[in-house]
Write a protein that binds this ligand. Sequence first.
Ligand code: NAP
Length: 304
Amino acid sequence: MNILLTGATGFIGSRLARRLLVAGHRVTALIRPAGDRWRIRDIEPSLSVLEGDLCTPLTLRGLLVSIRPDLLIHLAWGGQLGAPAIDNLTALGSSLELLRLMPDIGCPRVMIAGTCFEYDQSEGELDEESPARPHDLYGACKHALFLAASHFAELAKIDLIWPRLFYVYGPGEDPRRLVPSVVLALLRDRPAPTTQGEQVRDYLHVDDVADALVAIVGKGCSGAINVASGSTVTVAQVATLIGRLLEKPELIRLGALPYREGEPMVIRAGTRRLREEVGWNPRFDLVGGLTDTIGWWKTRIPAA
Ligand SMILES: NC(=O)c1ccc[n+]([C@@H]2O[C@H](COP(=O)([O-])OP(=O)(O)OC[C@H]3O[C@@H](n4cnc5c(N)ncnc54)[C@H](OP(=O)(O)O)[C@@H]3O)[C@@H](O)[C@H]2O)c1
């Protein structure tokens, strides 16, 4: 397939780009001219790179019109970790502009990354039919995009695939997130402060996420579909396991940080669609996934 990919320089996009190339697809990556390409340096020659910014829709139309992709995979999103929350509004606006270009450039299928933060997280197990009740601007903008994209897709006769990602970890993750922050602290022989760690989460290795997205496309599914492992683990278990794998359990400091205000305590993913309709199961268990991630970080810190 001829695939147009946004967010290819990001954590998930860079791994998905690799996976798509291996599967034999032609990948056109829309990348900001000033974007940092460190995650895709090795595969850049195999990608067809289009330099452009989603926030300039007029220029974008001119750039995209010659591509005629079979599928758009839209992962780009500003407004995440460390960015001002207001950037979510910009990401929502630019995503809508991108979407509206799809009929003009003859693109019949669109996959856009959704999130578990669209759901009402007080609901227990979250499946695709669970009620939406985003509790922050990120979740609200993602869900607003889902609603608008669903109606637009029907109108424009476009097929919309909306994978809802839960917690993703693995090589290349932002070092401020839980897994890399603990791994990096321990590799540097420093204490790793965490919360008490009672939060229940569903973690999936980034290569499994990429693999699941490719499987969903291959199966021809549409609509919302949870992308998660289907297993839960507490934050304390994740941190403790990293301590054990690196043989430095004494550096894990559970309870050194307070919980974030309003932090949901239990996020459990229903994965029936992914398992039964797509027939997909993860390759990594948590031990394997964390071992792989630690190995990757060791190559980034040669002294460790
Ligand atoms: N990571 C998770 O655990 C998780 C969970 C649920 C959902 N998701 C969703 O999955 C998607 C990918 O997440 P991620 O963790 O891979 O994000 P990420 O590492 O922050 O990457 C974001 C990507 O978006 C690009 N981007 C941002 N603004 C842009 C613009 N105006 N024009 C063009 N590109 C732009 C960035 O390009 P630059 O390199 O130029 O900045 C980067 O490639 C996002 O939609 C996110 O909401 C992620």
